[in-house]
Ligand binder design. Structure first.
Ligand SMILES: [Zn+2]
Length: 270
């Protein structure tokens, strides 16, 4: 969860400059990275968005004509040529924090939107402070398997992997990385009856392409690897099976005080 904010900010700034100059690049999809949405009146912290602010984001996306997609839609587009909507956007939520089920899901239903939840199977159902190796902002409660199953059945939320233990895959060795990728995928698929196609690297700011993470991710059956490196998903690069395009996919990090205007300025087309 702790990323190099300087790095995220620097790339976000450069992206905003490029978008201001010439609009968003063709054949790309903005993938937004959220974590947690607070219940009304809860205190805001760094990774948490207040309820009313998040609601205003969704309203703005809807007003601007964005249509939400999931990793399933992205996979169908690059593998089968299934067209994406004219103005796609992907909303992703890392860590599997319980407020996704309580707060985000009803809002998605209200706005008729879809989202992707990147979850950590070893934290599933934990209602106490997580172990030291998985320090996640405040003492979060994580969604239970029953809640994840409800999301999977909802038809509007795609569950994907955020590794097994939420440790940096850049720090471990090849065996540890493969274990994180394979075990999380198998657990989620068997417990929830879903297909896991994508993984969001914990922390994920070391977004420069590295075969150390991309190669084992591809070999263990994943189609996509998402970072927190700032930018838009390049559909053309993914269609060409460019490893960096598939396994080093950028996202747009949403800060707790980002207004709908702030996000629209970075998206460049709303
Ligand atoms: Zn995370």
């Amino acid at each position: 969860m702790q990323v190099s904010l300087f790095r995220v900010s620097r790339h976000a700034f450069l992206l905003a400059l490029a978008l201001a100059a010439c609009g968003p690049p063709e054949n790309t999809v903005p993938v937004l990275c959220y974590h947690s949405v607070l219940r009304p009146h809860e205190k805001r912290e760094r990774l948490h968005i207040e309820y009313a602010l998040f609601r205003s984001h969704l309203a703005r996306f809807q007003q601007a004509g964005f249509e939400t997609i999931t990793t399933d839609d992205l996979k169908a587009a690059i593998e089968d040529g299934t067209p994406l909507p004219p103005k796609p956007i992907m909303l992703t939520f890392d860590d599997g924090i319980e407020d996704f089920h309580e707060i985000v899901l009803p809002l998605l239903r209200e706005f008729q939107m879809k989202a992707v939840a990147f979850v950590v199977p070893s934290l599933t159902g934990l209602a106490v402070k997580p172990p030291k190796w998985a320090v996640i902002a405040r003492g979060e409660r994580f969604m239970s398997w029953a809640q994840l199953a409800r999301l999977a059945r909802s038809g509007i939320v795609k569950i994907e992997s955020h590794t097994l233990t939420h440790q940096s895959v850049y720090a471990g060795n090849d065996f540890q990385r493969r274990l994180e990728f394979v075990v999380s995928k198998v657990l989620l698929e068997q417990r929830l009856g879903v297909s896991i196609h994508a993984l969001a690297y914990p922390y994920g700011a070391e977004g420069d392409y590295t075969p150390l993470t991309a190669t084992p991710l591809g070999q263990t059956g994943y189609t996509f690897g998402f970072t927190t490196f700032s930018g838009r998903f390049n559909v053309g690069a993914a269609e060409r099976r460019d490893p960096a395009g598939l396994y080093n996919a950028p996202r747009i990090w949403i800060h707790s005080d980002d207004s709908a205007d702030d996000i629209c300025n970075r998206l460049g087309d709303c």
